[in-house]
Design a protein around this ligand. Structure first.
Ligand code: NAD
Length: 515
């Protein structure tokens, strides 16, 4: 009997024992840097000789891993391997498929400190953020395994005299999983395991900024004996092989999480049927956000400051859920801003392998350049009150940055920056704040700090986001508790970690027999 799902607890780093284990894991992983990793297709390691490197954004001369890069030839091989495997995998009983996920979760629990260490080094996550990422990956495996058991049970249909009726779920086929680098284990493992447990075979193209962590999932799935060809791993440039994969006539669905630009491109390209294609492709596309925290006049300002600082600068503002707009009631605006600046000045920036560091570098040089350009725009559109600089130069660092007095229509209030840059906007009153909050093309997360019940209820009705938080920060969604996905240009509202999610990777078949 499988127990009820519960979230995996976060590691308590105040305990010496845990700190020592994390430190030891970082040292151990450092001893494994610059391994050369192959592709993994149909259960075989494949080498192309065309190599690329993944580096530590906090220490750019440190190579984390070297990867053989897939081209179209390998993408085709991966799709063919998945197609072949799908013919057997789809008939494997759901409970058996779910068991691979439960076993993989057990391996992750055993390797948690090591997986944390890879994320600390490859993506610049601090200890707590990396640990939460691993915990979320474990949660996805445990949750989707259970969800598959639920969906494979008898589904209710209305009885009709003289007929035996049933409805059951079958998989879609071969899918492409295209995750981002910012939740390099959780999102990658979540989207991949959901598709697999539903009976599909997948081609996984990890982000070139976090391919090592993607390979760790391959290692784990090999260890638990997932049949060859169910998971095919092909790191490579999205620009070079992305179109080939997503437009391939045999690809049945695409599970994408990333930027609006790439998501919309995939949606557009896949809408056109290709020669030999006999279905409408299903696209799950979870994209960006311009998330706001509304700070009402009737609130505990200190609590709101804590929430905004954590949501704006946690993992360098590189969460899709990050707060990039603080919309503050005019009557407390000056007090809030002053306290926020004071709080944010305490943020430490540097090498995240040191436990005391809160913020590392942004993911790569392009991200750093784009952020600095947005800061220049912000300086013209508002008042720079904190940060604004890059450095230290050993990594792609950007200091926590606050730009006040931003107009709600300004670029800094409308465009996703995906960095530690917060726009602060003054609102006349609560209604005005809510109006500003929903006035972007996005609709991912949002939060409201207020003591007033009526105002909270109003926000619940009209703040148009997929994930709304009341009197807490807008980041940190928990699998099962806070199904995650956004409205409008934030995506298809797939609600990862929710009870509708697996349906995206299945189709229902109704069978009626005359008796
Ligand atoms: P990205 O769009 O640059 O890349 C995402 C993935 O798409 C990567 O694996 C990349 O290699 C691949 N890719 C790039 N070009 C492609 C193409 N032409 N065809 C197919 N694949 C292609 O995004 P990113 O920088 O990795 O991630 C950051 C973005 O992701 C932000 O916008 C963030 O808000 C968003 N995000 C959203 C959610 C969510 O749940 N809504 C979660 C995490 C991140």
């Amino acid at each position: 009997m499988i127990s009820e799902f519960r979230n995996h607890p976060l590691t308590d780093f105040s305990k010496t024992e845990n700190r020592e284990k994390q430190q030891a894991a970082i040292e151990e992983v450092k001893g494994q840097l610059d391994t050369v990793y192959p592709l993994y297709i149909g259960g075989q390691d494949v080498e192309t000789g065309d190599l690329f490197k993944s580096v530590n954004p906090c220490q750019k001369d440190q190579v984390i891993g070297t990867f053989h890069k897939a081209g179209q030839e390998q993408a085709e091989q991966a799709i063919q391997a998945a197609l072949q495997t799908f013919e057997t995998w789809r008939f494997v009983p759901a409970a058996e498929r779910a068991d691979y996920l439960f076993k993989a979760a057990a391996v992750m629990r055993r390797r948690q400190f090591e997986l944390n260490a890879w994320m600390i080094l490859e993506t610049g996550k601090n200890w707590v953020e990396a640990d939460a990422d691993t915990a979320e990956a474990i949660d996805f495996l445990e949750f989707y395994g259970r969800e598959m058991l639920r969906y494979s049970a008898e589904q209710p249909v209305t009885p009709v005299p003289g007929e035996r009726n049933e409805m059951f779920y079958i998989p879609l086929g071969v899918g492409a999983c295209i995750p981002p680098w910012n939740f390099p284990l959780a999102i990658l493992a979540g989207m991949t395991s959901a598709a697999i447990v539903a009976g599909n075979a997948v081609v996984l193209k990890p982000s070139s900024d976090s391919p090592t962590i993607g390979y760790k999932l391959v290692e784990i799935m090999k260890e638990v004996g997932l049949p060859a060809g169910v998971l095919n791993y092909i790191p490579g440039s999205g620009a070079a092989i992305g179109d080939y994969i997503v437009t391939h006539p045999k690809i049945r669905f695409i599970s994408f999480t990333g930027s609006k630009e790439v998501g919309l491109r995939i949606n557009e390209l896949t809408a056109k049927p290709q020669s030999g294609q006999i279905w409408i492709k299903r696209v799950v596309a979870e994209m960006g956000g311009k998330n706001a925290i509304v700070v009402d006049s009737e609130t505990d300002v200190d609590q709101a400051v804590e929430g905004v600082a954590a949501a704006a600068f946690g993992f360098q503002g590189q969460k899709c859920s990050a707060c990039s707009r603080a919309i503050v009631d005019a009557s407390i605006y000056d007090e809030f801003l002053e306290k926020l600046i004071a709080r944010s000045k305490k943020i430490t920036v540097g090498l995240v392998e040191d436990q005391s560091t809160f913020m590392g570098a942004v993911i790569n040089e392009t991200a750093q350049e784009t952020t600095l350009k947005y800061i220049d725009i912000g300086k013209q559109e508002g008042r720079l009150v904190l940060g604004g600089e890059s450095g230290p130069d050993s990594g792609y660092y950007v200091q926590p940055t606050i730009i006040a007095d931003i107009d709600s229509k300004a670029r800094l209030a409308q465009e996703e920056v995906f960095a530690p840059v917060l726009a602060v906007i003054k609102a006349r009153d609560f209604d005005h704040a809510l109006e500003i909050a929903s006035d972007t093309e996005f609709g991912l997360t949002g939060a409201v700090y207020s003591r007033n019940r009526e105002k909270l209820d109003k926000a619940k009705e009209i703040f148009h986001v997929g994930n709304l938080y009341l009197n807490r920060k807008c980041t940190g969604a928990l699998v099962g508790a806070h199904p995650f996905g956004g409205f409008n240009m934030s995506g298809t509202d797939s609600k990862a970690g929710g009870r509708d999610y697996l349906l995206l990777f299945m189709q229902a078949k109704s069978v009626s027999e005359k008796v």
